[in-house]
Design a protein around this ligand. Structure first.
Ligand code: NDP
Length: 247
């Protein structure tokens, strides 16, 4: 199997870390990006090393187009041409629409949607020239079904899939596939911090499988989409939500 260079944005987060580990286990050279506000990158890299993973890490603010161009250029010269891009970085700024301020709207659109353009733009031409590439956009079940208090997040996550379909059409003949994955509730630190009573009475009853998803299940799906065997998936939106939302 060919060793590919894979870039995962927000790879030090709950889901991103699992994606990095699964891509490394699939034999890829993994580069993660981290935000300018991240003060634990060295610690994280060291902890990963003790688990047997050697990752490359570059700081970049994914909302900043010029910074993304610069980071991609540095990664390509120091690590190698990027074959796999996982647009995983994301935030929430929840509020009912009545209370949502413009700043909450802008922050979520810039981090969750503009970032997809900012990172894909400098990477895509190289994939097309080399005749192979994988772009995976990490969306959410809430982009498929909407969620109370998330007009910004649902719009950005739905927008990601529109991007996926349009770009998939443009690069299909060049050996590059573009797909979206839409996880439901995943057992990351943030979700696990929800009070037990809320989890048991409000969240779990919505999930036919009766449990949260595991970050490593998301990582495994991403690794599969990056494999040769997944070469016939493009423009798809793969739901992974325990049956919470069936289409
Ligand atoms: P985390 O908050 O753990 O990870 C998000 C990552 O995004 C962080 O590692 C952070 O980097 C990075 N990030 C945020 N803003 C910026 C920025 N401006 N520039 C660069 N990086 C940035 O969340 P999750 O792991 O839970 O989420 C990962 C993705 O999965 C998100 O897109 C989220 O919307 C999606 N998702 C999550 C679900 C869940 O249940 N957890 C369900 C469905 C979708 P750093 O750590 O370096 O600051």
């Amino acid at each position: 199997m060919a060793q590919r260079v894979a870039v995962v944005t927000g790879g030090m987060g709950g889901i991103g870390e699992a994606i990095c580990m699964k891509l490394a286990a699939a034999g890829h050279k993994v580069v993660t990006t981290y935000s300018p506000g991240n003060t634990r990158s060295g610690e994280w890299l060291a902890a990963m090393k003790t688990k047997g993973y050697t990752f490359h890490a570059y700081q970049v603010d994914v909302t900043d187009f010029d910074a993304c161009q610069q980071a991609v250029a540095t990664i390509q010269s120091e690590v190698g041409p990027i074959d796999i891009l996982v647009n995983n970085a994301g935030i929430t700024k929840d509020a009912s629409f009545k209370k949502m301020g413009k700043a909450d709207w802008d922050a979520v659109m810039r981090t969750n949607l503009d970032s997809v353009f900012n990172m894909s733009k400098p990477v895509c031409d190289g994939m097309v020239e080399r005749g192979w590439g994988r772009v995976i956009n990490v969306s959410s079940v809430n982009g498929q079904k909407g969620a109370f208090g998330q007009t910004n997040y649902s719009a950005a996550k739905a927008g990601m899939h529109g991007f996926t379909k349009a770009l998939a059409l443009e690069v299909a003949r060049k050996g590059v596939t573009v797909n979206t994955i839409s996880p439901g509730y995943i057992a990351t630190k943030m979700v696990l911090a929800v009070p037990k009573e809320v989890m048991d009475t409000k969240i779990l009853p919505q999930i036919p499988l009766g449990r949260l998803g595991k970050p490593e299940e998301v990582g495994a799906l991403v690794a599969f989409l990056c494999s040769e065997d997944a070469g016939y998936f493009t423009g798809a939106n793969l739901a992974m939500n325990g049956g919470q939302h069936m289409q």
